[in-house]
Design a protein around this ligand. Sequence first.
Ligand SMILES: *[C@@H]1O[C@H](CO)[C@@H](O)[C@H](O)[C@H]1NC(C)=O
Ligand SMILES: *[C@@H]1O[C@H](CO)[C@@H](O)[C@H](O)[C@H]1NC(C)=O
Ligand SMILES: *[C@@H]1O[C@H](CO)[C@@H](O)[C@H](O)[C@H]1NC(C)=O
Length: 351
Amino acid sequence: MMKVLSIIISFIVIQGLLITSNAIPISETSNVTFEEKYNDMLDFIVIGDWGYQGKGVGQHHGNQKNVAFVMKKWAERYNSQFIINVGDSFYKSEPDDHQGVDSVNDEKWKTAWLDVYEGRLAEIPWYSVAGNHDWYNNVSAEIEYSLTVDSRFFMPSLFYVRTNIINGEKKTKVAWIHIDTNIFFYKYDLLKNDQMKNNFDTLGWNDDNDVENKLRWIEQQLIEQQDADWILATGHHPLIGACVAYNYMPRLVELFERYGVSAYFAGHAHVLEYQTPKPDSPVAYFTSGAASRTSEGCSGKDWGMPEGTFGFLHATIVENEMTFSFVNATTTKDKVVYQGKLTARSIWHPK
Ligand SMILES: *[C@@H]1O[C@H](CO)[C@@H](O)[C@H](O)[C@H]1NC(C)=O
Ligand SMILES: *[C@@H]1O[C@H](CO)[C@@H](O)[C@H](O)[C@H]1NC(C)=O
Ligand SMILES: *[C@@H]1O[C@H](CO)[C@@H](O)[C@H](O)[C@H]1NC(C)=O
């Protein structure tokens, strides 16, 4: 029933767009859940805020490339199965460069992504969401690229759900909810970037109804995935400490807690940070936004790296246990700077 309802709702949304807008329709939500099967375990890397053309503005050394080098080493050592990309995939690299991408033919697909991430990183899918810098230009071109050029950059719509069935000794189900947080982090009336505002206009995202619709969509997906051992959410903007306080972002926390989300992965803050689950805040919050630039993080975190530390997050799920490591990849002499474990929601949130 839920599924039928969600298909009908998505259909209405898509139809609505075709009628009301003469720009290219942006696919907001996918009408299908993407199902994947794995053997024994899941292994993945979480990366955010990476899209310079090898180096950042004013940087003489390619920090993005150092991080990419270390990521490749880790992905090959652990046979990582995919990348979770939390957005800001394309920055303005030089003063005369543009934000985001212009089109599916933008040379940055090559210079910021294909040319930088090599070996296994160039073979496995990158499950992506859009960051604010992606919205500062042609965000729909990123969806179109995924649908028509190379689905390895996986972003069939702004919001989508994947399920991973892991066939080990015990069958384990992981549900991923990929969310575009820009609608929750920015308030339409306060938008400062013209192109972002244009994109919001194209979608008709100009009042609280759109926010409520998206929250309802997320809630419906969370209800449908209650049989999962793990529910993992990803979005661009962080929910750690003081960083939670933007506009509609606290509504996500409320939903995640109500429906037993295990963990939320984000970037935007250019740091590596972690907030441990607690009785009054049972979701684990990860920030991995230091893949090409660094800055001070969110105050109030339980753990974080100082400005100047580049890196990423690596995680493995075997049945009821997730082990994770934050990796300092500032130079190619990488080092684990934090390690931890989480337990499946099916243990602490029984079905
Ligand atoms: C889902 O959407 C796609 C494209 O938007 C459409 O081609 C397809 O028929 C839809 N599937 C269902 C089951 O509605
Ligand atoms: C956005 O990208 C698409 C796909 O390449 C292209 O067709 C469209 O013209 C672009 N829009 C703008 C405003 O440049
Ligand atoms: C991260 O690695 C760099 C380079 O090896 C090192 O200088 C820095 O101290 C490390 N940061 C931390 C917090 O360990």
